[in-house]
Write a protein that binds this ligand. Sequence first.
Ligand SMILES: [Fe+2]
Ligand SMILES: [Fe+2]
Length: 281
Amino acid sequence: MSKLSLDNVVGKVDELPSLPQVVIRVMELTEDPDSTAFDINEVLSQDQNMTAQVLRMANSIYYGYSRRIATVTDAIIHIGFNAVRSIVLAASVSKILKRELEGYSMGQGELWVHSQCAAVFARLLAKKVKFRSVELAYTATLLHDIGKLILNSYMNEAYQEVIDTVNRDRISFDQAEAAILGFNHAEVGGKVAEKWNLPGDLVEAIALHHNPTMAKNNPTLTSLVHVSDAVILQMGMGLGLDGLQYPLSDDALQLIGVENSDLESLMAEIVDLFIDKDVFN
Ligand SMILES: [Fe+2]
Ligand SMILES: [Fe+2]
């Protein structure tokens, strides 16, 4: 089999859709201290589908079934600018993440469910450890496996070899990817995040989510993503073929300062949220 270079694969990144203009504008507005709920409402109202999805997600993630949030302005008042921003981003990447990932033995929608569950968990975990930006943890975790979308298109060719390696050597997909392709989905994900001009600590957290101890820029963020991913895999959300082969790093746990018992209580807390299937639409 011919060896692919990371550069070849990075070329594929251009085939991923860019972030829609509405999302970029909302991200800019939420950074700007002078902008108001009215400004954001005006931008979002240009995209009715996006608005509907934002309201649905705001209600299901924050309020269960009570449906208290009826307008974008309501959403900003109840959950704040940053939470609205991460929902807008989530709504726009959900389509991309819902593609079927044959190479990873993940069905259609499974990567989205996995990413969304892990991101909701990351938000709880970030709150628990008083991380400075709960929404940054949510966003980074939502996007952590985005590289799988790119690599998946190459998996057909290398598929059997990677699977054989995973099964034979009992190693994770990222290790098999590294052994056979020379790089893994996390590194590719970092390239996607760069293409989308996401902040450096977000790029790092995506690129190193399976190697959190290598993070230099924002080790806490990377560890939050890593731990959330590992916990959700342990809970059986979006296992794919390799779900059980990703170990939870004790160093990452130590760095963010949580015990296994804390994780268990957070797991119990999110189970109810995941019963509401609207979270995943
Ligand atoms: Fe991953
Ligand atoms: Fe993952």
